[in-house]
Write a protein that binds this ligand. Structure first.
Ligand code: SAM
Ligand code: DTB
Ligand code: SF4
Length: 336
């Protein structure tokens, strides 16, 4: 990997402008895979070295998640407990859009508990104009007024809808690529990869930051993982936020029986993401409940600087908040 004897102080004195060679938008999947497959110690060293150049040391952002509209989604994403296609087997109950006041109350509590970002998710294929979207706009405005970063994930959106969200103060729109274009068809048949990229384009054109990542542990190869990261890293500018989820296998979905993700595979994903997208916030997202404290710390050493904080993700359990606070204290992290 070159320059292994350079000290961190020396590295910090190098240019941090996006013109320097840490920032590339022409990655090949083979190059990304080669980074991913590096000897683990070299990979961790390189990732942490880059991390310290572009991010505050010892810092983690806490983001809270809330499902504002749960279940009965017409899409067939094979990993997702909210898809109507698997509802009979998962038994997940459909719920209407939550009232604005209830959502804002949850956001206030999240802030009081230390979260600086509040993400609201709706099990929609795409956003429809009308009273429900108007309510989401109010939620975004309310969360922004609390001085929290508001993020939503609502499925596909058009330019007009993205512009309205921006006007309401939306900081970020989450829309994941989920996997490589080649493996994608085995996971989702009701929406194309290109449609996902088109939504990201509207988000960017509206001036909203992009939050886009994916899931590992669905049966994809490491090449598929590298391909997904390649496509994200070739967006110019890079997505401001990349969530990496380990599949939460939910009984009743077609992926309910998948083996848990090998912890070091998650660490390698974090490090690769950090190296090819130096300034991006890398989010250690779903699947943390299956990882030890030590694995999570390794993920952070590899460049992850955000976790979802709160008892629940959207419909599945998240780590106990006391355990998270203990981890943060033990590792000497500051909450951003
Ligand atoms: N319906 C919207 C969409 O698909 O864009 C927003 C909600 S959707 C639940 C948000 C993301 O959660 C998905 O893109 C997927 O990456 C992640 N996700 C869903 N179920 C998951 C699971 N069982 N394990 C890990 N990640 C999951
Ligand atoms: C993301 O990439 N992960 C979060 C957030 N974006 C919306 C969602 C994880 C969902 C895990 C399954 C569930 O709880 O339903
Ligand atoms: Fe619907 Fe999103 Fe779940 Fe796919 S991931 S089924 S679009 S809620």
């Amino acid at each position: 990997m070159g320059n292994t004897n350079m000290t961190i102080t020396q590295i910090k004195q190098t240019s941090t402008t996006p013109e320097n060679q840490d920032f590339r938008y022409d990655w090949t999947a083979e190059e990304v895979l080669a980074i991913h497959d590096m000897p683990l110690m070299d990979l961790l060293f390189k990732a942490q070295t880059i991390h310290r150049q572009y991010h505050e040391d010892n810092t983690v952002q806490l983001a809270s998640l809330l499902s504002i509209k749960t279940g009965a989604c017409p899409e067939d994403c094979k990993y997702c407990p909210q898809s109507a296609h698997y509802a009979k087997k998962t038994g997940l109950k459909k719920e209407p859009l939550l009232p604005v006041a209830e959502v804002l109350e949850k956001a206030k509590l999240a802030k009081e508990h230390g979260a600086s970002r509040f993400c609201m998710g709706a099990a929609w294929r795409h956003v429809k104009d009308g009273p429900q979207f108007d309510n989401v706009i109010e939620m975004v405005r309310g969360v922004t007024d609390m001085n929290m970063e508001a993020c939503v994930t609502l499925g596909m959106i058009n330019q007009d809808q993205a512009d309205r969200l921006k006007d309401a103060g939306l900081k970020a729109y989450n829309h994941n690529l989920d996997t490589s274009p080649e493996f994608y068809e085995e996971i989702i048949t009701t929406r194309t990869y290109q449609e996902r990229l088109d939504t990201l384009d509207c988000v960017r054109k509206a001036g909203i930051t992009i939050c886009s990542g994916g899931i590992i542990g669905m049966g994809e190869s490491t090449y598929d993982r590298a391909r997904m990261l390649q496509i994200l890293a070739n967006l110019d500018p890079h997505p401001e936020s990349v969530p990496i989820n380990a599949l939460v296998p939910v009984q009743g979905t077609p992926m309910g029986d998948k083996e848990p993700v090998e912890p070091i595979e998650m660490v390698r994903m974090m490090a690769t993401t950090r190296i090819i997208m130096p300034k991006t916030r890398v989010r250690l997202s779903a699947g943390r409940t299956s990882f030890s404290k030590e694995t999570q710390i390794l993920c952070m050493l590899a460049g992850a600087n955000s976790i979802f904080y709160g008892d629940k993700l959207l419909t599945t359990n998240n780590n106990d908040t006391n355990d998270d606070l203990a981890l943060i204290k033990e590792a000497g992290l500051n909450v951003a």
